[in-house]
Design a binder for this molecule. Structure first.
Ligand SMILES: Nc1ncnc2c1ncn2[C@@H]1O[C@H](COP(=O)(O)OP(=O)(O)OP(=O)(O)O)[C@@H](O)[C@H]1O
Ligand SMILES: O=C(O)[C@H](O)COP(=O)(O)O
Length: 399
């Protein structure tokens, strides 16, 4: 990686503002998936061991610049404290005198957690005044929030204008694993893409088509591709305005000789509900009116397994069906299991697919489960992530 990291700078005795992505699911005041908190521990522990004073900041949800009790970070502070096995001092303010006082009273190795940065309207507006106020608390800015690196906000990018800015260890790992897979993949290189919409992922499909040998498209987005191929899709979600894009993609794959696999069978339901009537149809048979495709079928699963069996690099992003409902989770579960059996590098690209793999207890069987949803998609598309672009180059730090 060409960006400087915490290993390239002196942290001893420094006040360090660390942007983390603690945007985690919370139910009844408890963190229900602490994956993102655990993923930030290496950076936090490295800084503690190095004798730094840590000011941690994160967003949670989308409270739109206002205090919203549902999105306070107290449950996160409790979980972080348990995981670290040392006190975490959580303040109820994002910026201002309470924060300044708490920061001033810190000793080496102390950990302070600010309130949800999105309670401040200046955060998402990337207001320099807010970034400057935070910069006044610290000597160094560390961005470890890969999951929010596609946002140009005050705490994810703006701060880098006012403090020396380096990557944390999670940020480094995410960027290294994802870029190595894209630039030097071991072949056969396969990708599995799913999720709700073609419009969200068409950029990723286009970029991956330039790189992979095999591509499976499943989930809701496959419906539009199947409709573009002329299959009847009944009441499935089809993006009519993306049919031409889908056709173009199919032509590109054919032109490049990339094996593009679409579902050959589907699990369909007579309504969008876990207790709907359901059955499996072949795509040639079509989806009857009033029915909708909610998962890939067993034969598609078999083809996916075969596609992955001897792959040396696999990237997966997006569920194969409405996996939140148990009757339509089989396709997603099967892909997760097939990924777990792959001998080479396996990367799960964040969001729902990462949540599915974690829920199935298969996260440890993957080479890398990204903590970024939107961020990993934008990275895979080849876009510049503002939170990364803002960091110092390693060359500049090493002189
Ligand atoms: N056949 C389908 N019909 C309708 N919805 C579907 C279908 N298959 C999957 N979905 C839904 O797609 C949603 C996930 O899509 P999304 O594009 O958000 O993927 P993601 O991997 O979570 O993306 P991100 O990484 O951006 O979070 C899930 O809620 C799932 O229920
Ligand atoms: O959950 C995520 O993908 C990140 O935390 C970014 O959240 P956002 O989409 O609300 O910016």
């Amino acid at each position: 990686m060409d960006k400087a990291t915490i290993r390239d700078v002196e942290v001893q005795g420094k006040r360090v503002f660390v942007r983390v992505d603690f945007n985690v699911p919370i139910e009844d005041g408890r963190v229900v998936d602490d994956g993102r908190i655990r993923a930030a521990l290496p950076t936090i522990e490295y800084l503690i061991r190095g004798g730094a004073r840590l000011i941690l900041a994160s967003h949670l949800g989308r409270p739109k610049g206002r205090v919203d009790e549902r999105y306070r970070l107290d449950p996160v502070a409790r979980r972080l404290q348990e995981l670290l096995g040392r006190p975490v001092h959580k303040v109820d303010a994002v910026v201002g005198p309470e924060v300044e006082q708490a920061a001033a009273g810190m000793g080496p190795g102390d950990v302070l957690l600010l309130e949800n940065v999105r309670f401040e309207p200046g955060e998402e507006k990337n207001d320099p005044a807010l970034a400057r106020a935070w910069a006044g608390l610290a000597d160094l800015y560390v961005n470890d929030a890969f999951g929010a690196a596609h946002r140009a906000h005050a705490s994810t990018a703006g701060l880098a204008q006012f403090l020396p800015a380096v990557a944390g260890l999670l940020m480094e790992r995410e960027l290294t694993v994802l870029s190595r897979a894209l630039s030097h993949p071991e072949h056969p290189f396969a990708a599995v893409l799913g999720g709700a919409k073609v419009s969200d992922k068409i950029g990723v499909v286009a970029r991956l088509l330039e790189k992979v040998d095999r591509l499976l498209i499943g989930g809701g987005m496959a419906n539009t591709f199947l409709a573009a191929r002329g299959y009847r899709m009944g009441s499935s979600s089809v993006e009519e305005d993306r049919l031409e894009t889908a056709r173009e993609t199919l032509r590109t794959a054919e032109g490049r000789g990339t094996a593009l696999l679409l579902p050959v069978d589907l699990v369909i339901a007579d309504r969008f509900s876990a207790d709907a009537q359901r059955r499996t149809v072949r795509v040639e048979e079509g989806v009857p009116e009033g029915w909708m495709a909610l998962d890939i079928g067993p034969e598609t699963v078999e083809r996916c397994r075969a596609m992955l069996a001897d792959a040396h690099t696999v990237i997966w992003n997006g569920p194969m069906g409405v996996f939140e409902m148990e009757p339509f989770a089989a396709g997603t579960l099967a892909v997760a299991q097939a990924m777990a059996g792959v001998k080479g590098t396996t990367i799960v690209g964040g969001g729902d697919s990462a949540a599915a793999v974690t829920k199935m207890g298969l996260a440890d069987r993957m080479t890398h489960v990204s903590t970024g949803g939107g961020a990993s998609l934008e990275f895979l598309e080849g876009r510049v992530l503002p939170g990364v672009a803002a960091l110092l180059d390693r060359e500049a730090v090493r002189g």
